[in-house]
Design a protein around this ligand. Structure first.
Ligand code: C2E
Ligand code: CA
Ligand code: CA
Length: 686
């Protein structure tokens, strides 16, 4: 049947079943798509060995003594190709182009040439050249995309890697590790996941895809994306095959993006966004049975560091506090919420004393000096704590209540911890009410000055008066600060009051002047916050000029705390300017602060006002009396006059007069009274 002039190839075509050239012939070698990937970078011999051509050859009805398989693979345009050359016994050959569409399950064999061996030599050389070029292209593509191909034989556990996989591991090409060793390249935290992916694909036949971190043989950290699938031979799982790609740069870009959205750039710890996520997560995890404590930390004295030592110093403090928090708590459980405010989350906080101990540890860590430019920076901190689910059932409320507790800690003297209690909540509600009351009165013209006379203690002559703020309530009555006391520590409320009082009191002074009445020196109280907002001295002096009032007709009363605040330099400057212009300055509530002596020496103070607490506690022979006497002597030695406030009894007045006190105020003489509209002026004793 095979004529001598008929070539092997002719026979081949004759004998081959009709379906041979199509995709799906029983008994013909079928190669899964993934196998082609597995061929990348391997020798023809390897591949041929694996392909088990026996079926193919038997279909052809002949035995081939030689096979050549080009290492070429074309991966472009969605096709993969490999050329096979089968040599027949009669020196003929069969060139087969194996083509697989990228999305096909099996490849298609296309016999594209069958000719005599004579032609073969030359042809093969050309074919090799093409193959070589293509495979070098492929290597380039692999290299450029940092993609490598791998396979694991499920029976033998033997792996194959393309060059790029070795490069990715920083291994010499060919230095193939065992599968167990290969797994060790992955980061410890990723290893189990990688193992699981492989096992699952093997068990289910479903492809996998994962990203994982990997430390190369040279110790470099890389991130890879691996995909793989199961290859079956004869229905039996045979190999896991896939590709692995170096996605470090992409990973780092993504990480960078994530970091910039979730990590505070200055301190390197989570920011408010991440903190809020964490808080919700922890509350979710705690559920109905667990617990979470939220600690809010706010630095005391931070603004001072910023103002006096510069922003670099402030930044250093923030960084160091963040670092100390990170040393005390899991990194993700602390955060910088902004400014000098930090948050710490604790889970399972049944034992409150343990939580408080941790808060104490934070405060201690914050108090430690921060080295800066060969010097030390010092701040302290206050902490507010609220507990889920005891204090609050939601993340929002927990944050709000911890904030209230923090506020309470600050108010009760800073550098301490305070836990939320309903009492704090009530205080806060009262405060909000008081602030609202001041704001509304400010808008509705409900701020009214009352005037309390100040008398010369020697002869009872009226020297002037102090203006005290009163608010008109909805019912029309006037109430003093005790009715809105909580607002008297609110900066905005104090600014509203002082601004309004300056206008109303000077207006009243002008009315008195026009009516030919001299009220003496009128004293105005000014809070620290009033000095902080804008140019207070200028505002006061402009107002006096506008109404043609002599500066000497006004006195500004400040407490020594204004000098201790974060803006003390601005306060000093304003006071100096007022004093230069002729406004007299009184130091209010004298004796209750700490820096009194220093202030007496350094500032242009004309008067001190001995605090009511000394006067009311004073007996003729008691300690208070001695202290008051000493204060008066000290002030006089510094050429400063003394007024005692809160004089309620004649005994007190007599003692003070005897001690040389210059002036006095108090209910004994008169309480503060508003000016009656009809009289247009406070009656002044002769
Ligand atoms: P202060 O400046 O020490 O004012 C004296 C306070 O003592 C006034 O209370 C006055 O009514 C009260 N007082 C006067 N004589 C006696 C007395 O004999 N016995 C007793 N027990 N109290 C007496 P008031 O008006 O309730 O003001 C309280 C505080 O509110 C003031 O203390 C001052 O710190 C602040 N304040 C009042 N008006 C203003 C204002 O316009 N601006 C600012 N920033 N603070 C103000
Ligand atoms: Ca006062
Ligand atoms: Ca006072």
């Amino acid at each position: 049947m095979d004529g001598s002039d008929r070539s092997f190839a002719d026979n081949f075509f004759d004998q081959a079943p009709a379906g041979l050239l199509s995709t799906d012939v029983e008994g013909v070698v079928r190669v899964a798509n993934s196998t082609l990937l597995g061929w990348i970078g391997r020798t023809a011999e390897d591949v041929v060995g694996q392909l088990r051509f026996s079926d193919f050859l038997s279909v052809a009805g002949r035995t081939f003594f030689e096979t050549h398989l080009s290492p070429m693979l074309r991966l472009d345009r969605g096709f993969r190709e490999v050329a096979l050359t089968l040599m027949g016994p009669d020196n003929t050959r069969l060139d087969v182009l194996v083509t697989a569409a990228a999305d096909a399950d099996a490849i298609q064999f296309v016999v594209f040439e069958a000719r005599q061996r004579r032609v073969y030599e030359r042809e093969l050389a050309a074919l090799r050249e093409v193959a070589e070029t293509r495979s070098s292209w492929l290597r380039q593509v692999e290299g450029l995309a940092s993609i490598g191909a791998w396979s694991i034989d499920l029976d033998t556990k033997e792996m194959t890697w393309s060059d790029q996989v070795f490069i990715l591991h920083d291994l010499p090409i060919g230095a193939l590790p065992t599968t167990g060793e290969a797994l060790l390249f992955y980061l410890e935290e990723d290893r189990e996941r990688v193992r699981r992916h492989l096992a699952q694909t093997r068990a289910t036949g479903l492809p996998f895809r994962f990203d994982a971190g990997l430390v190369t043989a040279k110790g470099r950290l890389r991130y890879v994306r691996a995909t793989g699938e199961l290859e079956r031979w004869g229905g039996r799982p045979k190999r896991l095959v896939g590709v692995v790609q170096d996605v470090t740069e992409q990973h780092e870009a993504e990480l960078q993006l994530w970091r910039s959205a979730h990590i505070d750039g200055l301190s390197g710890i989570p920011n408010r966004t991440l903190f809020q996520k964490r808080l919700r997560e922890m509350i979710g995890a705690a559920g109905a049975t667990g617990s979470v404590a939220l600690l809010l930390l706010d630095l005391d004295g931070f603004k001072e560091v910023n103002d006096t030592r510069g922003h670099d110093a402030g930044d250093e403090v923030l960084r160091s506090v963040a670092g100390r928090l990170r040393a005390l708590f899991p990194e993700l459980d602390c955060a910088r919420l902004g400014g000098d405010e930090f948050a710490i989350l604790l889970a399972n906080t049944e034992d409150r004393s343990a939580v408080e101990a941790r808060a104490e540890a934070i405060l201690n860590a914050v108090r430690r000096g921060v080295p800066f430019c060969g010097d030390w920076l010092y701040v302290s901190g206050s902490i507010g704590i609220a507990y889920y689910p005891f204090d609050a059932a939601t993340a929002e409320d927990l944050l709000r209540f911890a904030d209230l507790a923090l506020y309470a800690a600050k108010r009760s003297g800073r550098a301490r911890t305070s836990s939320y209690s309903p009492n704090i909540g009530a205080q806060f509600t009262a405060r909000r009410g008081a602030i609202e009351m001041v704001r509304e009165a400010g808008l509705a013209g409900g701020i009214v000055p009352a005037f309390q006379p100040c008398l010369d203690l020697a002869d009872g002559r009226e020297l002037g008066c102090e203006a005290l703020v009163r608010l008109r309530t909805g019912g029309g009555e006037l109430v003093g600060p005790s009715a809105f006391w909580a607002a008297m520590s609110d900066p905005e409320s104090l600014r509203i009051i002082d601004e309004r009082m300056l206008i109303l009191v000077t207006e009243q002074m002008a009315i008195w002047r026009q009516a030919g009445k001299d009220p003496g020196i009128v004293a105005l109280n000014a809070s620290e916050h009033t000095f902080n907002g804008g140019d207070y001295a200028r505002t006061v002096l402009d107002r006096l000029e506008q109404l043609a009032l002599p500066p000497s007709s006004l006195r500004i009363e400040v407490t020594e705390t204004v000098f201790l605040g974060e803006n003390s330099q601005a306060v000093e400057a304003a006071i100096a300017e007022l004093a230069r212009a002729g406004v007299s300055i009184a130091l209010d509530d004298f004796g209750t602060g700490h820096a009194s002596l220093i202030h007496l020496r350094d500032y242009p103070i004309d008067w001190i006002k001995i605090d009511r607490s000394f006067v009311s506690g004073m007996s003729l022979v008691g300690r208070s009396g001695t202290i008051v006497k000493a204060m008066i002597d000290l002030a006089h030695a510094l050429d400063i006059k003394v007024v005692a406030e809160g004089i309620e009894t004649e005994d007190q007045r007599d003692f003070l007069r005897g001690a040389g006190c210059d002036a006095g105020q108090g209910f004994l003489f008169s309480a503060g009274t508003p000016v009656a509209a009809s009289t247009g002026g406070r009656p002044r004793p002769a």
